[in-house]
Design a protein around this ligand. Structure first.
Ligand code: SF4
Length: 697
């Protein structure tokens, strides 16, 4: 009854970290028509297949419309009281670290801010982590080690104005399609622009590359150590820049020179060609993504890339620099707002007493943890062994998407109290919850997101909230009040939360942090509603210029830091029992566990079922033909997939997508086979390099 056609609303796509602007117009049936926003700087009117199908994903068929306790409807008052009581009981009996939140890079910044404030400032634990741990944590660690802060230095224009674009562990064509379109258009306009892809697989992205380096899985540090050693050998260091702005140079160079590039498996002519083009081209951008991050040496891989840019001064200037592209729509916002267990809001560090004091004072917080909380893998281990007594999962589906997903599901079954807030109670995770809370989703809620180039954009409501669904920030604030902290969580609008966050960022900037949006702390509700996309920092003087343009970094010495790095093999080793390396990733037309994209018949046509890419030689050995079924297995479980024989895969490696769930393809869930080995610095799991046995099914 409350559905009507309405005016067009400018909002932002809820999928990948490109952060495309979307014009959404509600029709009279509860649906939407969408098109790309020509005025949004990220996409300039473009949308990919997923974004353009958003209007097909807003039906209410599987929506959760009211809170349910053990499958039975209960009112919001009872539900919120129950969450507050269960968490307070656990804290009273077992201490603050006996509870945890596991949240999502798809939350809006305002949701994230309230969740982080509740856990770190009031409950007094740092046990809040996010699915961005599976996505971006190694980049955060790498940036912090090199720059002193988690700063993405570049902009999307740099990808178009560079003369060489190196893509490392990134299938940009499928995972960040509009950025890929921008790159492809730039290359078509300037054919002299070169593209190099570094990826064990040949992918849709390698189709536009001038050179594809199909290195051995996990050998990126060796490749970039080789490049750094060549930069030295060929006298291509920007010595004046290094002398003025860089520390750690000598040790980094010595480690690089001691490296062995043969572990990459690349031929000498390919290595030489890589060094020739990279060193011979001043305007180089190096994009990196999950192939770099999802590794037990992910942080080192990031720093190996950064080392090369820092040694040559190819950073802080137009058309050059390292550039991490984020997987989720608000992975960046989550990093900025302190969604990771080792961070405070505004890029402040939880283990830094001065940073803690500022946040504690600003929040008037009764208690704050002094150490990092449990990162995702360790958090679910603590759920499994009983240390976590109450768990709140918000807007994510760890029972399918975490490594060793089967064990995650078992762990949740044993937890005393699990509450899940989501759009639907049909996910594998929601099925394990004691209490499910209906949350609003994309198109129904207001707030901000930050994309991969630090651009803050508004998501805006264009449809009414279905049933009694509530916004995540509102649910969290309600629980905070019921736990006893009325004043601290007395929010009425997301704009109010944003202003508080912006004010805190001004204090963070005074402590030498990069994240500063203090220029927006007095923004009125109407200006917040009308806010245009803008790249931070945004001080009282307006948006600032290019990061690191003056060679000043955020380390204590204000110098960029190069690191001495050594190649390490992936943690899981192949063996006669498990001879194949399993690589996992996305397909073009689906998103995460398909709760939204699975609704669009059009998107289902691209790839209809879970599959395994396998090299012809391996297929031959296993007696497989195209479209046969293959069973992949290891001690964590097994998965049955359709066979796709292709020399895009390396012999000995199998690629399988992450999207299918216990609901959509019960035998095709792949993350249960991913071993929960993590990077020792970032805690990010090695989702690209597990090992499996393979047999014809
Ligand atoms: Fe959405 Fe990413 Fe596609 Fe843009 S590129 S429309 S943000 S999924």
């Amino acid at each position: 009854a409350n559905i009507s056609a309405g005016p067009t609303v400018c909002t932002t796509c809820p999928y990948c970290g490109v952060g495309c602007g979307v014009l959404a117009t509600p029709d009279a049936t509860g649906g939407l028509t969408v098109k790309g926003d020509p005025n949004h700087p990220a996409n300039l009117g473009r949308l990919c297949s997923k974004g353009s199908a958003l209007g097909e994903t807003t039906d209410l068929g599987d929506r959760l419309l009211e809170p349910k306790f053990k499958g039975q409807p209960i009112g919001w008052n009872d539900a919120l009281d129950m969450v507050a009581r269960k968490f307070n009981d656990a804290i009273e009996a077992h201490g603050p670290d006996s509870v945890a939140f596991y949240v999502s890079g798809q939350l809006l910044t305002e949701d994230y801010y309230v969740a982080n404030k509740l856990m770190k400032g009031f409950i007094g634990s740092a046990n809040i982590d996010t699915n961005s741990r599976l996505c971006m944590a190694s980049t955060v660690a790498g940036h912090k080690r090199a720059f002193g802060t988690d700063t993405v230095p570049g902009t999307y224009e740099d990808l178009e104005t560079c003369d060489l674009l190196v893509l490392v562990g990134s299938n940009l064509a499928w995972c960040h399609p509009v950025l890929y379109q921008r790159v492809a258009a730039a290359k078509a306009e300037r054919p002299q622009m070169k593209v190099i892809t570094v990826d064990p697989r040949r992918t849709a992205t390698t189709d536009i590359s001038d050179l594809h380096l199909a290195l051995q899985p996990g050998s990126d540090v060796a490749l970039f150590n080789y490049l750094l050693a060549e930069i030295i050998r060929r006298d291509a260091v920007d010595q004046a820049w290094v002398d003025a702005h860089i520390e750690g140079f000598d040790d980094a160079v010595a480690a690089a020179q001691a490296g062995d590039a043969s572990v990459t498996g690349l031929s000498d002519p390919d290595l030489t060609a890589f060094a020739d083009i990279w060193i011979g081209t001043e305007k180089v951008v190096t994009i990196f993504s999950q192939g770099v991050n999802q590794s037990t040496s992910g942080s080192d891989k990031v720093n190996a890339i950064l080392n090369c840019h820092l040694a040559t001064g190819r950073i802080g200037r137009e058309g050059m620099g390292p550039f991490s592209v984020t997987g989720q729509p608000n992975a960046m916002g989550g990093r900025e707002v302190g969604g990771l267990a080792n961070m405070l809001a505004c890029h402040l560090d939880i283990e830094n007493p001065a940073h803690r004091d500022v946040v504690r004072g600003f929040w008037n917080a009764p208690r704050m943890p002094e150490q990092a909380g449990l990162k995702a893998v360790d958090m679910f281990k603590a759920v499994g062994d009983g240390r976590i007594k109450a768990l709140w999962v918000i807007c994510t589906n760890p029972a399918v998407s975490m490594p060793e997903a089967g064990a995650i599901a078992e762990a949740m079954k044993t937890c005393d109290f699990v509450v899940v807030s989501d759009l639907t109670d049909k996910t594998d995770t929601a099925r394990l919850a004691d209490l499910v809370l209906p949350a609003t989703g994309w198109g129904e809620k207001d707030g901000t997101v930050t994309n991969s180039e630090r651009m803050i954009s508004r998501q805006r409501a264009v449809l009414p909230a279905p049933g009694s669904a509530r916004h995540d920030w509102d649910i969290l604030a309600n629980v905070g009040r019921r736990m006893g902290w009325h004043d601290a969580f007395d929010y009425e609008t997301p704009g109010e939360i944003f202003r508080e966050y912006a004010a805190l960022s001004g204090l963070a900037a005074k402590l030498g942090r990069d994240f500063d949006i203090s220029g927006l702390q007095l923004i009125s509700d109407s200006d917040y509603d009308a806010m245009l996309p803008q790249r931070w920092p945004v001080t009282a003087d307006g948006p600032s210029g290019r990061m690191f343009a003056d060679g000043t970094f955020y380390t204590p010495t204000q110098k960029g830091r190069m690191l001495a790095l050594e190649h390490r093999e992936p943690a899981s080793k192949t063996s006669p029992e498990h001879p194949f390396r399993l690589n996992t990733g996305r397909v073009r037309d689906h998103w995460h566990t398909m709760t939204r994209t699975g609704k669009s018949p059009r998107l289902g046509q691209h790839i209809a079922e879970p599959y395994a890419e396998i090299h012809p030689l391996d297929a031959d050995r296993l007696g497989l033909r195209d479209a046969d079924l293959i069973c992949l297995s290891n001690p964590h479980g097994e998965s049955v997939l359709r066979v796709l024989i292709t020399d895009r895969a390396q012999a000995g490696s199998i690629f399988a997508p992450i999207h299918w769930t216990g609901e959509t393809a019960p035998t095709g869930v792949i993350d249960k086979l991913v071993t929960a080995n993590v990077d020792p610095v970032s805690g990010q799991p090695e989702s690209k390099s597990s090992v499996v046995a393979a047999t014809r099914y």
